[in-house]
Design a protein around this ligand. Sequence first.
Ligand code: ATP
Ligand code: MG
Length: 239
Amino acid sequence: MNPLLAVESITAGYGATIVLEDVSLTLDEGSACAILGRNGVGKTTLMSTIMGQTTLHRGTLGFAGKDITGRPPYQRARGGIGFVPQEREIFPSLTVEENLTVAMRPGVWRLAGVYDFFPRLAERRSNMGNQLSGGEQQMLAIGRALMGNPRLLLMDEPLEGLAPVIVDMLLTSMHRLRREAGLTILLVEQHAERALDLAETALILDRGKIVYDGDSATLLREPERLAALIGVGRAVKRI
Ligand SMILES: Nc1ncnc2c1ncn2[C@@H]1O[C@H](COP(=O)(O)OP(=O)(O)OP(=O)(O)O)[C@@H](O)[C@H]1O
Ligand SMILES: [Mg+2]
């Protein structure tokens, strides 16, 4: 079986600046992979590169059996890659419902299904984007991506800055997206253990290069190795 996503030896960045070097990653349909690494190592750049929003210097990208290397971002989105960006990018002056419907593309996910999945969004359907709490904004960002009926969902630090109770609720939702909707997920997270619990494989980046590519279970069994790889303590040492 061909993988759903095949990132092959990409070197990418912003203009002449290179951020990622020789990064490869494959994802089978229905699987999930956690992307970990300390701040500034290139996690968001990897997601943006999959979406076609960076400068690609070398390498290829395949999705659903097609070469999407030169495709513009809107074609990748239309082709089935959903993106929940780190900044959430909710439209502040649109209502919750309008934020959802602007992203609508045909498929199993419709407004009613998203409201069933996140009942809180149904309660807030007439509120403006800028009237939402952080947790509600994140539900909306995920709900909006689902409205596009993606086959692959990229989520960039969806739990960042949220209260523990909201983190738990969103993680439960993500587990349901895998189990019930069979969605393929690429998740960037700082909550390493929680991400490794959701995803069966992990990729750890350090300064734009892959320093771990393998099972999540292995990392969960070896917390000291995990801490060393994601640079816990290194930032402190540097100061
Ligand atoms: N638009 C941009 N133009 C130029 N350089 C950028 C741009 N965005 C990010 N960078 C640089 O690329 C490098 C990787 O940034 P990136 O945002 O991918 O890291 P990250 O792992 O997502 O970090 P964080 O954990 O803080 O979200 C950093 O050195 C950053 O300064
Ligand atoms: Mg980032």
